[in-house]
Design a protein around this ligand. Structure first.
Ligand SMILES: [Zn+2]
Length: 390
């Protein structure tokens, strides 16, 4: 295939901004980044996206569920579908993400390792990093995905199975959640610190990161102590409210652990209907997030795409804009959704940056999103491994 030269008036490389830039692409990878304004070399196919175009790394969403349909009852839809139907739905979801410039999605909970199957069968989809069925207690949060395990031997075996299947991450439901009838509430822990340690040690021994679903303050504390790689949600809920202990917030900020805050909703047509027990905690959860940001925690934006109508699989651009309400600048928010998110997912060598050697996963939008983050949704082009998919 002829090498490509992609030219744009502005370029964000995942960390910094440059003026007119030409990115050279060959074999699906970035082979050159020229910010000198020199003409492209001979023998390349030039794609000039225009002076008013902002070129950036494809977005990385570290927390999605391709198998959830973003409907009013995603769990029933999920459990009622057979694997063929579910796989088709996941393909549609992945395609929707890709068209919005989300070139990497980390699926933190499927059934029967369908996200891995999708990755193998879906030629021009986004990069899919899959957890497989999340490890949970029998009858626990999202047990219907098929990942129940308890006791050290079973937990160790569950981690090994995910490694053998070639999962990119181990997901554990450390606390309860909101969407599984009859399961523990979000503030309750599902596993002991000792059980969690078994999972983390085995995963790390095998070179896999651990993403811990943790709403409750105790679960967050345990996750940090066990050395998980990312704390998902981190809402600090208790039985009757929110307890964002300042010492715990500071300890998270000082650690290497990423916090994946599952923010991001599409405003407008479908109203956000939160259960009352969630709604009464919203302000305090946002306050905790603002504190984490001020303290310098490594915050990335997992959207939990698919779990409700306001969270379709292309919601991440909204999450980026909504993150700035909590304190970050537009540049910091874009960094969180590109280079930092790639680090959180353990793929910083390949994803989330425009640099020689990285995968040529690129998003081009019209205008400058650093002036107006709504520009992120004015997509001009998307490239995945050097192939223009939009
Ligand atoms: Zn989730």
């Amino acid at each position: 295939m002829t090498p490509l030269a992609i030219h744009a008036g502005l370029m964000f490389d995942g960390t910094n901004l440059s003026g007119p830039t030409t990115v050279l692409v060959e074999g699906g990878r970035i082979t050159g980044v020229d910010t000198t304004g020199a003409p492209p070399p001979d023998g390349v196919d030039l794609i000039d996206l225009g002076a008013d175009t902002f070129l950036m790394p494809g977005l990385v969403d570290p927390h999605v569920h391709l198998g959830f349909d973003a409907g009013l009852d995603p769990v029933t839809a999920f459990t009622a579908a057979d694997d063929t139907e579910l796989l088709a739905r996941m393909r549609t979801a992945a395609d929707r993400a890709l068209r919005a410039g989300i070139t990497t999605v980390r699926d933190l909970g499927d059934r029967d390792y369908l996200a891995l199957r999708l990755r193998a069968e879906f030629g021009e989809g986004p990069e899919i990093l899959a957890a497989g069925p999340p490890i949970t207690t029998p009858g626990g949060h999202c047990h219907f995905m098929g990942g129940a395990a308890e006791g050290a031997a079973a937990l160790r075996a569950a981690v090994r199975e995910r490694h053998e299947r070639d999962c990119a991450v181990v997901k554990i439901m450390l606390s309860g959640g909101n969407m599984t009838p009859g399961s523990p509430p979000p503030h309750e822990s599902q596993y002991s610190p000792a059980d969690l340690r078994v999972v983390v040690d085995e995963a790390h021994r095998l070179g896999l990161p651990v993403a811990a679903h943790a709403h409750g303050t105790q679960a967050i504390r345990d996750a940090l102590a066990a050395g998980v790689d990312s704390i998902e949600h981190a809402t600090f809920v208790t039985a009757d409210g929110v307890d964002a202990d300042p010492a715990l917030l500071a300890a998270i900020a000082e650690s290497d652990t990423f916090v994946s805050v599952t923010i991001g909703v599409v405003p407008g047509d479908s109203p956000l209907v939160l259960p009352p027990e969630v709604a009464k905690r919203v302000e305090a959860v946002h306050e905790a997030l603002r504190s984490l940001y001020k303290l310098g925690a490594r915050i990335v934006l997992g959207t939990d795409a698919g779990i409700m109508p306001v969270k379709p699989h292309d919601v991440l651009p909204y999450a980026i804009a909504q993150f700035t309400v909590e304190g970050p600048s537009p540049l910091e928010a874009l960094t969180a959704a590109t280079s930092l998110a790639a680090r959180a997912c353990g793929v910083s060598g390949r994803k989330g940056r425009i640099a020689v050697g990285a995968d040529a996963d690129l998003l081009a939008v019209t205008g400058n999103p650093l002036d107006d983050l709504d520009r992120l949704r004015d997509v001009r082009a998307v490239f995945r491994a050097g192939v223009r998919v939009r």
